[in-house]
Design a protein around this ligand. Sequence first.
Ligand SMILES: NC(=O)c1ccc[n+]([C@@H]2O[C@H](COP(=O)([O-])OP(=O)(O)OC[C@H]3O[C@@H](n4cnc5c(N)ncnc54)[C@H](OP(=O)(O)O)[C@@H]3O)[C@@H](O)[C@H]2O)c1
Length: 433
Amino acid sequence: MPQALRIGLLGCGTVGTGVAKILSEKAQELTRITGRPLTLCRVVVRDVTKLRDSVIPVNLITGDPTTLFSEPLDVVVEVAGGIGPIRDIVIKCLESGRDLITANKALLAEWGSEIFEQARKHGRAIGFEAAVAGGIPIIRAISEGMVANRITAILGILNGTSNYILTRMADDGLTYSEALVEAQKMGYAEANPSLDVDGTDAAHKLAILAHLAFGVQPPLESIPRRGINNLDAVDICFASELGYTIKLLAESWNRNGKLAMHVSPVLLKKQAPMAQVRGAYNAVALVGDAVEDTLYYGKGAGMLPTASSIVANLVDIASSRERMVQQSRLLWPKGKNNGPPILPDTDLKSRFYLRLLVPDRPGIMAEVAGILATFKISIASVIQHESTSSPPNRVQMVIMTHEAFASDFRLAVAEIDRRAFAIFPVTHYPVAD
Ligand SMILES: NC(=O)c1ccc[n+]([C@@H]2O[C@H](COP(=O)([O-])OP(=O)(O)OC[C@H]3O[C@@H](n4cnc5c(N)ncnc54)[C@H](OP(=O)(O)O)[C@@H]3O)[C@@H](O)[C@H]2O)c1
């Protein structure tokens, strides 16, 4: 019998349990494909007293992470999440001759160059298919399937929790908090769900995709990001009335040699393919100069979809490790930014949705239109329903603009917010047509 691939698991929560399940339930098929058994040899967790799924052999569980670099293992699968102590553990694993598979986008987005430097130094392979879009093999699509292309744009729904919340709010009228609790129960949310809903998780994933597609290494702070945590259900209703759905989009595209990128809730036409992505599903659209438009769709989170990507990387290591080592050598060169410069988001152009709560009296619409006109922004459509508000005599005014520069739009919004009629700051989102 050929030598088994000896696997250590760092973390055994949602994803770790999924990996153990697939390894156990598909043991024979995986051995047939790779020609060697894929054997779970060690499971490191934080709390050894916690009740685990019966698929996890109790004798493998320990709270001691040093076992991952002191015991005979070939590969460590990091599915613990977070950065602090985990970064040190994975670096020690690489130093002590283990290959690494990680689902941790935060770790890669913030420490990718240091981790890949260690892998190069010690001739190790790194697999990270599960770090972006869960079960969708998007890393493979960019690094292998689209290798003949210069990628010109990435557009993604990359956070399953946010998409689940938006879908439940839009389709079933759930409040934001109710939908978030449901997403957590289903195992979609990160341990710290604020990273899901404030756009950080999507920005981490966008940073990884932009690195692979464009060769840039954008620090997280350089990616303008807004999440759905302040999204009001009333905007979902107005967007729907206008024929749009709101989605949290992560976008990056090459415009005249400069790279635009942002994460934001965006109004999408209801018929657009991305608007059809529902629940915890993710989708990534890639545009290549040879292939043109491509679209990848699937479950972006959850136990088995995410574990599916991890096991695919384990199979790569078991059967074609040298190729993975070669690929890992080329990624995240330290201190090098081989990609185009990043455009300030103020230089981006789009249409905009804005909603104002204003007193129900004459002249306000004309004043708002005048401010927008001052900043070269023209109005495409307006909704204002009869006032039924409490307190009375207030109305919601919703405006869709034609295309404008974000810099002009922000100045216009700041001016509107300064006016006496503005009861609350303007709510606004970009619109993609
Ligand atoms: N959940 C998803 O759908 C999904 C999708 C794609 C990627 N990911 C990524 O996969 C990773 C894991 O996510 P998850 O949802 O499986 O998380 P989780 O359910 O919270 O599980 C985390 C596991 O890691 C262990 N752990 C945490 N810190 C540790 C430490 N310092 N030392 C040892 N063990 C530690 C925990 O131990 P205890 O059990 O003892 O607490 C737990 O078993 C994260 O990086 C996440 O971003 C998750």
